[in-house]
Write a protein that binds this ligand. Sequence first.
Ligand code: HEM
Ligand code: HEM
Length: 124
Amino acid sequence: MGARFIQVSVIYFLIGVVVGLVMGIAEQFQYTSTHAHINLLGWASLALIGVIYSVFPEAGNTKLASVQFWLHNIGLPLLIISMILFANNLLSVGIPTASVGGLLVIASVVLFVVNVFGKIKART
Ligand code: HEM
Ligand code: HEM
């Protein structure tokens, strides 16, 4: 799954920098947290997970890593949509969307922790 995480991370990177540039030019700083999370939970976190899974394929090539991938990549778009909704004061839709998206991302991080501790053994 390492390569898959890295491939999807660069898509978030591209979207994140475009959002950053457009937001800056248009002076629409209510989208700062949208931009920050596309880049940090999308690009930075997924790229780092991808590199870790490439270095430790015994953790990367597991069912747990695959479930983690989908939880993150369903949860994060929902979280990003919720941040766009918050930026437009649409709280009644934004709050449930943020709750589901945030919980899915957290669930994926829990699986990551379980996988890293369960499958990666210290190398001598
Ligand atoms: C061409 C690339 C980028 C552009 C044009 C850009 C632009 C911006 C702008 C205009 C802001 C708002 C600043 C403000 O509110 O005063 C911002 C905030 C932010 N950007 Fe970017 N950005 C870029 C790339 C990135 C990347 C690659 C990351 C992370 C890996 C990143 C992370 C952040 C974070 C965390 C904030 C929020 C900072 C805070 O809370 O004060 N940005 N960016
Ligand atoms: C389930 C995961 C996460 C949730 C639900 C979440 C939620 C939030 C919320 C609600 C804010 C405040 C936004 C605002 O004031 O407009 C925020 C800010 C921020 N978060 Fe997260 N976050 C998560 C994960 C992360 C991670 C993993 C990172 C870094 C790797 C991160 C970096 C930041 C930064 C830099 C800010 C300040 C951005 C700004 O200036 O708006 N977050 N986050």
